[in-house]
Design a binder for this molecule. Structure first.
Ligand code: ADP
Ligand code: ZN
Length: 709
């Protein structure tokens, strides 16, 4: 039921001497601060300070919305007859403490967003969807989450007791690293600690033993463990509960059912849960007794929020640890170059594990196949085919990595050369055999395969190139008796199919696995001995400057799937560019030399971590209008520099984005660079204010530390 207007009387006179500042989820292009004034409603407390950090319901425009009280003031610019009172205080949202409000303020300032835009998404949907609240006996109670609320009310809010199990006996190397981390935690001023070690080197075991120490130190301490992807949570959760007990651990991610999500949120934000395992959004959860943070796979791009407020959960975690002066451990086999650079220059601590924890397991042999010099059959080289033959004969499993889903990436007219493009995006449409439709992977549009070429009428349209579906067909044709399974985003659409496929693989009932990056991570299949990498050359020459870093990490992950059991692994990488320098580092399993080379390039080109970026993106039905706004934004930036003298800033030209059309919008961008982050940060609020002043109807936002430029 909708909460009606009677709930928010307009005050006849300003009865109180002060107003409350309420952060609402309003885009920064509409309101520069996202904070609005309201008069207090009647409550049982008297001091304005008692209002801080409370979630409230207010009327905004013609709606009732949820907001956070972030401050109070002696006066307001809102005329007395327009000032509305708070409709209700939401008792089902835990009150935020000053530290959390400070964190939100930092994020809003750093990422140039409104306070409410940052703060509201931290709440589970049920707690911030006012239209679902119900009024009972003059009080609001939750609609959707009622049962969860009852369940939570019946639980104790006291910090949950741990039931600790003993850890594994650490190797000498692990022992040394754990001692170093414990030592680092004694420092008066904490700095991030990088734990660098290949997959299987025992990083997780170190986290567990380290966290056990932190939790044992204080009876109410909470620790937060971040993982990049939801499908990595079940196995991590199992390890955490096995070590710390079922009652003390909660997980927080968006695939939980609503009721569990709510109870877990309350357990975490009340201080009840001691160990919180979460994906990127959980970094915003209030945790009153947070004492340590672990960010596993810290390099992973899934830590970037790419919708709404664009932030890096890894970076926010680093700030949060800094703010509370608590330890933070960043773990990775292929650290981000930002983190690696900070560790090399002594800003972060560095701890290295060089051996696999289970003795006997060795890194697999990696072989490069030059596709210019071998006979290829449907994309498979002779060498790869013969290794798969041998693997099949030995009763082992092979994995073929093809990071492109669908059947064929292009439908091509052999007569006039026309290709099928999406009308809404600057992208080819991908032919899918399973649906017999053309799919756009950017906007989701699907359309029927044309009977003839739209340009010349030729009826002979050819699917060109190879996606996972075509590879599956090829492989099944070639090895008729083999049990083949495909794992990519398309199969997740059918409920339960991914689980079934993974279960088949785990049970050893699959001979050849075909898949995208989806299966590069986290899986441990002892029977898998052979990996074939097909067609990743695109990543060698991509325009995005982070592409080599991503490709290296991805290949390390894929390669790491082979030979995790007692059997030696074999990896074949097919490439048209065997001379590319990246391969040398891959063949040597040498992240450190790769990182050194790549950082040298970044330094030379003045790219992060040697510079900081902010990127304005503008979308409009026509590129002309998007560019016009971007150019106005450029002029505004130049004026600010004239006036305030931010001399180290480079304001680039406004240009169409590399993928100009997306979702029927045409997009322009403007990049601002500075070798000093602080200079950029000082400039941005001025610019943001000027942009809001431009009062444009177009969609635009500034992304700080953008993923791509
Ligand atoms: P990572 O997090 O670096 O991938 P894990 O901590 O998951 O590594 O360890 C890899 C495997 O080795 C796991 O099966 C783990 O149980 C095992 N392991 C880790 N440390 C030890 C140890 N000290 N003794 C025995 N087995 C270990
Ligand atoms: Zn499209």
């Amino acid at each position: 039921a909708v909460v009606h207007h009677e709930m928010s009387p307009i005050l006849k006179s300003t009865s109180s001497q002060w107003v409350l500042q309420v952060a609402l989820d309003v885009p920064v292009s509409v309101s520069n601060t996202g904070v609005f004034d309201y008069a207090p409603c009647e409550v049982e407390w008297s001091s304005p300070d008692d209002w801080l950090g409370r979630a409230v319901l207010v009327s905004f425009g013609r709606q009732q919305v949820v907001g956070w009280v972030v401050g109070h003031a002696a006066q307001t610019d809102v005329p007395a007859d327009k000032l509305k009172a708070i409709s209700a205080v939401l008792a089902f949202v835990p009150r935020a403490d000053g530290m959390w409000l400070q964190l939100i303020r930092f994020m809003a300032r750093y990422y140039q967003r409104g306070l409410g835009e940052v703060a509201l998404p931290a709440l589970p949907t049920a707690l911030r969807t006012a239209s679902q609240f119900q009024e009972v006996d003059g009080r609001l109670s939750l609609g959707v989450g009622k049962q969860a609320w009852k369940k939570w009310q019946a639980m104790s809010v006291a910090p949950a007791p741990l039931s600790l199990s003993a850890g594994l006996l650490l190797s000498e190397e692990q022992e040394r690293v754990l001692a170093q981390l414990t030592q680092a935690a004694q420092a008066p001023r904490q700095s991030p600690q990088l734990l660098f070690g290949i997959t299987g080197s025992g990083k997780t075991e170190i986290y567990l033993q380290y966290l056990a120490g932190v939790l044992a130190n204080h009876p109410d301490a909470q620790v937060l463990v971040l993982v990049p992807e939801i499908n990595l949570t079940p196995q991590f959760y199992a390890r955490l509960t096995a070590r710390f007990g079922d009652d003390a651990v909660v997980s927080l991610h968006s695939k939980l059912n609503e009721s569990t999500r709510l109870v877990n949120f309350w357990r975490a934000s009340s201080g009840h849960a001691r160990v919180i395992l979460g994906t990127r959004l959980s970094i915003l959860t209030q945790l009153p007794n947070l004492a340590a943070i672990v960010v596993d796979e810290e390099h992973d791009s899934s830590y970037r929020q790419q919708e709404g407020v664009r932030y890096s959960a890894r970076d926010v975690a680093i700030y949060r640890a800094h703010q509370l002066n608590i330890p933070i451990i960043l773990g990775s086999a292929t650290p981000s170059l930002e983190t690696w650079h900070a560790a090399q220059t002594g800003k972060y601590g560095l701890h290295i594990l060089r051996q696999r924890a289970i003795s006997g397991a060795k890194p697999p042999a990696v072989q490069l196949v030059d596709t210019n010099k071998t006979i290829m059959m449907d994309g498979l080289s002779t060498a790869l085919r013969s290794v798969i033959d041998k693997t099949l004969a030995a009763g082992k499993t092979s994995l073929l990595f093809q990071n492109r889903r669908g059947y064929a990436p292009v439908l091509y007219c052999g007569h006039c050369g026309a290709v099928n493009d999406c009308t809404a995006c600057s992208a080819h449409m991908v032919y899918h055999q399973t649906t017999r439709l053309l799919h756009c992977h950017h906007c989701g549009t699907q359309k029927r395969v044309p009977k003839a070429c739209a340009s010349c009428g030729n009826a002979d349209l050819l699917p060109v190139g190879q996606g996972t579906q075509r590879l599956e067909e090829t492989v099944q044709n070639h090895w008729k008796a083999a049990r083949v399974r495909r794992i990519d985003a398309d199969i997740t659409r059918k409920k339960g199919q991914l689980e079934t496929q993974l279960a088949d693989i785990a049970a050893g009932e699959v001979d050849i696995i075909i898949g995208t990056q989806m299966l590069a991570k986290g899986h441990d299949w002892p029977n898998l001995t052979t990996v074939g990498v097909l067609d990743v050359d695109g990543g060698l020459f991509a325009q995005d400057y982070r592409a080599p870093e991503r490709l290296f990490a991805q290949l390390q992950q894929v390669i790491g799937r082979a030979g995790r059991g007692q059997h030696a692994g074999h990896v074949i990488i097919q490439t048209t560019f065997p001379e590319h320098p990246l391969w040398r580092h891959i063949l040597a399993h040498d992240y450190e030399s790769f990182a050194a080379d790549e950082l040298a390039v970044r330094a030379q080109l003045g790219l992060p971590p040697f510079a900081a970026h902010a990127l304005l993106q503008v979308a409009a039905p026509r590129i002309k209008d998007a560019l016009e706004f971007a150019n106005a934004a450029r002029t505004a930036a130049l004026n600010i520099i004239d006036e305030h003298g931010f001399d180290t800033l480079t304001i680039n030209a406004a240009v169409p984005m590399q993928m100009m059309r997306k979702n029927a919008q045409e997009r322009a961008q403007l990049l601002i660079e500075s070798p000093q982050r602080s200079k950029l940060q000082a400039f941005l609020p001025h610019w943001q204010a000027a942009l809001t002043q431009l009062k444009s109807r177009l969609t635009w936002f500034v992304e700080v530390d953008p993923a791509e430029i």
